[in-house]
Design a protein around this ligand. Structure first.
Ligand code: TA6
Length: 300
């Protein structure tokens, strides 16, 4: 849909308008009483969120690739219907296909409390069925206020039960990776993806001084990033998820990724609301599953 048609059908004064973004991809620009945000229809990808008076909350690569077959590096990639490599077929795209699909805008709402809600939809098509042979409806609800709430609802429109994995693969903007701590995962076991998926135990809060790629299990608590440089905490809660991924690529992996600045690892960390490992959902015909993440900040 052309930008002027998006604005005619879905634009709301004081809430949301539509522009041509990087790579000529269409994006929604939300500016309301509480915050601003940007969402690309490509991948239903939230690329920025900034409560008024606050530092940007999401990290976005300044060399991200904005192309139809690429995922934008940073923000909140929608990982679906599998997390990581495809369980049986490694030739299929890492992290599924939702983040490189063109989503439809379903509706926009200016809520009475001043927040703005966008609903985007993805349905099965020839391309998705070659990768995942099931009909489906996927809906992403994005609610922008002082907090950012993302809800990914999977509806099984097939005649058989399907297994749903995925993640809201959120990249957070931080002052200095070596100075932050992450609370909320103390006492949780995790798969260490960098050590043959060995199961390890988290002792206390997380500090990062090397590449970290961990799938934490049975996670129910809110995660809190304490960032002394930016003088803030970022609170990250999830629902519909009992696995949480913590990732920082550190130096070598940053240099290996073409769309990731060599020094980018210094100012980002991923905390991902995930359905992976033993937290995959078996959704019956006509059933649905919602994975959500809520993000807020507070000054310290
Ligand atoms: O969520 C962590 C992770 O699975 C890492 O292993 C790393 O591969 C990261 O996702 C980014 O994956 P991508 O396919 O976006 O380059």
């Amino acid at each position: 849909m052309m930008i002027n048609e998006l604005n005619r059908k879905f634009g709301i004064e004081g809430h949301v308008s539509f522009q041509t973004g990087t790579g000529d991809l269409a994006k929604a620009v939300v500016t309301n009483q509480r915050a601003s945000a940007e969402i690309y229809l490509h991948g239903a990808h939230v690329t920025s969120f900034q409560p008024h008076g606050s530092t940007p909350v999401l990290w976005l690569s300044d060399i991200a690739e904005y192309e139809s077959e690429k995922a934008i590096r940073g923000g909140i990639p929608v990982i679906w219907p599998w997390f990581g490599p495809h369980p049986q077929d490694k030739t299929k795209p890492q992290h599924g296909f939702a983040r490189v699909s063109e989503w439809e805008l379903f509706d926009t709402t200016g809520l009475p409390d001043g927040r703005t809600r966008l609903r985007l939809q993805l349905k099965d098509n020839v391309a998705t069925r070659t990768l995942w042979p099931h009909p489906f409806e996927l809906e992403l609800n994005i609610t922008v206020g002082a907090r950012l709430r993302i809800e990914l609802t999977s509806r099984n429109t097939d005649q058989e039960t399907v297994e749903i994995g995925g993640a809201l693969h959120t990249y957070f903007n931080i002052g200095d990776i070596t100075q932050i701590t992450i609370e909320g995962l103390d006492g949780r076991e995790y798969f260490d993806q960098l050590d043959s998926h060995r199961v390890k135990l988290q002792n206390g809060s997380i500090s990062i001084s090397e590449e970290v790629d961990r799938i934490y299990l049975d996670t129910v608590n809110e995660c809190v990033i304490t960032d002394p440089n930016l003088k803030r905490k970022i609170r990250v809660s999830a629902a519909g998820s009992r696995t949480t991924v913590i990732w920082n690529p550190w130096i070598d992996k940053s240099q290996r990724m073409a769309d990731f600045p060599d020094e980018g690892y210094r100012t980002m960390v991923c905390i991902e609301a995930t359905n992976a490992a033993d937290d995959i959902y078996r959704v019956p015909p006509g059933g649905e599953h919602t994975l959500s993440q809520t993000i807020s900040t507070e000054h310290i």
